[in-house]
Ligand binder design. Structure first.
Ligand SMILES: [Zn+2]
Ligand SMILES: [Zn+2]
Length: 117
């Protein structure tokens, strides 16, 4: 069950945040938003109400499609500007989707990519 919080409002929207009672519930909701709206969300434990809310993911990992490399899904692989950014992105994905990714430098010199395993 999810409810609208009576104590916590979105900083940007000004509307009550949705509260989740468990981390897995919140993570599932985050993954769903990501799939359906393409919005990257992270679940976090609220300091105020001690429930779980969704917040916007850290957006410090800008990426762009690699001009050469194609991923397993047939889409261009995302290129990160540095290994550190690729690693940070891998961590976010790991937390959100329980996928484990590692970074490697693009064989064509187009930044860094992530791969499974
Ligand atoms: Zn809260
Ligand atoms: Zn590449």
């Amino acid at each position: 069950m999810t409810n609208k919080s009576t104590t916590c409002m979105g900083k940007i929207s000004g509307r009550p945040l949705t509260e989740y009672t468990t981390m897995s519930e919140a993570n599932e909701a985050a993954a769903y938003v990501d799939r359906t709206h393409g919005n990257e969300m992270v679940a976090y434990r609220c300091q105020r109400c001690h429930m779980w809310h969704l917040g916007t993911a850290e957006r410090h990992t800008p990426s762009q499609p690699c001009g050469v490399c194609v991923g397993g899904n047939g889409q261009p692989k995302q290129s990160y500007r540095s290994e550190a950014e690729a690693e940070r992105r891998a961590k976010i994905l790991g937390r959100e989707r329980r996928v484990y990714l590692r970074s490697y430098s693009c064989p064509h010199g187009d930044g860094w990519h992530l791969t499974k395993g």
